[in-house]
Design a protein around this ligand. Structure first.
Ligand code: IVH
Length: 666
């Protein structure tokens, strides 16, 4: 039994947190700092871990729940999710308007609602009696995918609606990623040796369709409501503006909206919005959506096969320019991946001069059919990376040259190997100077070993002068070595040596992250060091590694391959000789959320092995034992539980299902 006082505090905290979510995401007027918000959350988590019986699925602490899935279930949309017709200029918009006028009674005034057209992906949220029960992607419009576990991690999506909530709602809107969060994700992707996302929309789509909700949670997706598929119960709504107001009252962030009374006003708004608002928006919008406000009029206007007649997307022309590909260069990344880059005749586009455009990989060159000497159309949308949209084959002279993947590394001349069909080509030489330079920069970056004063210019000189042949070479550097480089005087050399020396004490997770193992980001590195010292990790088998809940088969294989290579073995022993910290991280033995609690597992768990579950309990400060007594805090029963379950029931020890256990440890 949860004491009344505690229950009341838990409820107060939940209301408080929900209220702050609303002020932040719906009203855009936060009244507390992130730290204060985190304090409420921490207090609630503490109380819930002391009284797990009080946990409810829609508590704000339960956003990241469930386990990774291999496939999303299909969801059949109750009403098809249609798309909008697009218009690209004034004339087309006026034609759209003329059709409306013809279908409505003569002289009837029309109020237009104008909204930004958010460049994200549409998502349908179903609420029953005020609780979020399902989230689905659009899919082909008829059938989408069930992404509920992922959508629940999006803080802008209310898990509980503000009462009084209608009986059943299916709210549709856009899931998107702001520019700053997009940049953050891409930086992390690059640091982990993965391809960055091309734009915020792709990134949002990839994040919402993640197999593991914990990954979605880290991406900071947002949501705006713009339409609905179902609205049952509650006060009737009669207009788009009324719908958006009702969303806000229920705690669902509505898309921003503006009113216009004539089509000329709409056109004026279109231009003003482009000049004044779009450049300041924190997210990508590629046009405006113009809607007829009154539902009575919408009903008369109806739909064509694909889209409503009462709404249209008035798009902004993407920011494009034509130019010439002068050559294609190859850049070598930290993990040896070779990226083709088109060097183009400098051209002004979307406010900047562009002379270099990434082609991402050879599959992209193939897809575009791009050759050196081609005229190409490039685009730079709200995001920063310009891209080639298409090749203008009509302007070919016959002198264009095909782009072939290099046979040897442009930096070291080493062998180039092909990874997957047409996608990644990689320099196979582990001591390739270009790779080493990138790796050193990564190794010295702030989340890794944090060596200040080891910037690009210094790294270039150290590698080019062969003073350093691998990462461990940093630890052999002497002041005299540095003094031979350009721009190094006594003081600067001493500082850098001291900076490097200080990294010997850094926690193992930062060293592992700094080694630049493909697929291993900061989080994974940390998880690994909670279980392994470096020598143990180097000897872990793929099956050992996949037993860790956060590590999937691809990551496990990448870690295993990395440590298997003789070069890595040599590097590790040199780093050990240099005195780096190889020790696993200390468990947070006391004060963890399960401190003082004992757990017993019986039967088989689905999402993890029993050993992994016991490890997790220990990580959180609890104890995992094997014989049930009245002092046991919980017995966790999987499938086919043994006699321990009976004993627990006899002694009145609380029994948890696997799901209940996962809820406690999250
Ligand atoms: S209203 C019948 N409003 O654009 C469709 N859509 O092709 C009603 N979108 O898939 C949608 N911003 O996901 C609407 N303010 C907005 C929008 C918006 C973006 C997306 C929507 C839809 C696509 C239309």
């Amino acid at each position: 039994m949860v004491p009344q006082k505690v229950r009341a505090e838990i409820e107060r905290l939940r209301r408080e947190i929900q209220g702050h979510d609303r002020r932040y995401y719906v009203q855009d007027k936060p009244v507390i700092s992130d730290t204060e918000y985190d304090q409420f959350m921490r207090r609630l988590k503490d109380l819930e871990s002391q009284h797990p019986e009080a946990i409810t699925p829609n508590s704000p602490t339960q956003r990241v729940g469930g386990t990774a899935v291999s496939d999303f279930a299909s969801v059949h949309h109750a009403a098809a999710m249609l798309s909008l017709d697009n218009v690209y200029n004034e004339e087309e918009l006026r034609q759209w308007h003329a059709r409306l006028v013809k279908l409505l009674p003569p002289q009837e005034p029309i109020l237009f609602i104008i909204e930004p057209k958010i460049d994200g992906l549409s998502c349908a949220l179903t609420y029953e009696n005020g609780r979020l029960v399902q989230a689905a992607t659009r899919g082909d419009g008829e059938t989408g995918e069930d992404v509920t576990a992922n959508a629940r991690t999006i803080r802008a999506i209310a898990l509980n609606l503000e009462p009084p909530a209608p009986k059943k709602l299916e709210i549709r809107g856009e899931v998107y990623l702001g520019f700053s969060d997009f940049d953050k994700v891409n930086k992390e992707e690059e640091q982990a040796g993965r391809e960055p996302f091309v734009n915020p929309r792709n990134c949002a789509a990839g994040s919402l369709r993640q197999k593991n909700p914990a990954v979605t949670a880290q991406r900071h997706l947002r949501f705006f409501a713009h339409s609905f598929g179902l609205w049952e119960g509650g006060a009737p709504i009669a207009s788009e503006a009324g719908f958006l107001r009702s969303c806000a009252a229920l705690g669902i962030p509505p898309v921003d909206h503006f009113e216009a009374r004539t089509i000329d006003e709409v056109i004026r708004f279109y231009h003003e919005f482009k000049e004044q608002r779009i450049p300041t928006l924190p997210f990508a919008a590629d046009g405006i959506v113009v809607k007829v406000d009154a539902y009575a009029q919408q009903k008369r206007l109806g739909f064509t096969a694909k889209s409503p007649r009462w709404a249209v997307a008035f798009k902004y022309p993407a920011q494009q320019a034509s130019t010439l590909v002068e050559k294609v260069e190859f850049s070598v990344g930290r993990t040896g991946v070779i990226t083709p880059v088109a060097k183009v005749k400098p051209v002004f586009c979307a406010g900047v001069t562009i002379s270099s455009v990434t082609l991402h990989n050879f599959a992209e060159i193939e897809r575009l059919g791009l050759k050196v000497g081609d005229h190409v159309l490039i685009e730079r949308a709200g995001e920063v990376i310009p891209k080639v949209i298409k090749v203008n084959a009509e302007l070919r002279t016959g002198k264009e040259k095909a782009v072939l993947p290099p046979k040897t590394c442009p930096s070291c001349g080493g062998k180039v190997v092909k990874e997957e069909e047409f996608v990644a080509f990689r320099c196979d030489n582990p001591s390739c100077p270009a790779q080493l330079k990138r790796l050193l920069l990564h190794f010295s970056s702030r989340p890794a070993m944090d060596i200040q004063g080891l910037g690009e210019a210094v790294v270039d000189q150290l590698v080019d002068s062969k003073k350093i042949m691998d990462v461990s070479g940093l630890y052999d550097l002497k002041k005299e070595d540095l003094l031979q480089l350009e721009l190094f005087a006594d003081k600067r050399a001493e500082n850098l040596i001291a900076q490097i020396a200080a990294t010997r004490e850094r926690p193992l997770a930062r060293l592992i992250f700094g080694l630049g193992i493909r697929q291993v980001g900061e989080k994974t590195a940390e998880t690994l060091t909670e279980l392994y010292a470096l020598d143990a990790l180097a000897n872990a088998s793929i099956s050992d590694l996949t037993r860790i809940p956060e590590v999937g088969p691809i990551v496990a294989a990448s870690i295993h391959d990395f440590f298997k290579s003789p070069e890595t073995r040599k590097l590790i022993s040199r780093l050990q000789a240099a005195g780096l910290n190889f020790k696993r991280s200390e468990r947070k033995a006391s004060g963890g959320k399960l401190a003082g609690k004992t757990f017993i597992f019986t039967g088989e768990l689905e999402s993890m092995t029993r050993e992994a579950a016991e490890e997790r309990v220990k990580d959180l400060g609890g104890k995992a034992t094997s014989s049930v007594s009245a002092k046991t805090s919980y017995v966790v029963a999987g499938t086919d539980p043994g006699s321990k379950l009976r004993k627990a029931t006899e002694l009145g020890v609380p029994v948890l299902s696997e799901k209940g256990f996962l809820e406690i440890i999250q």
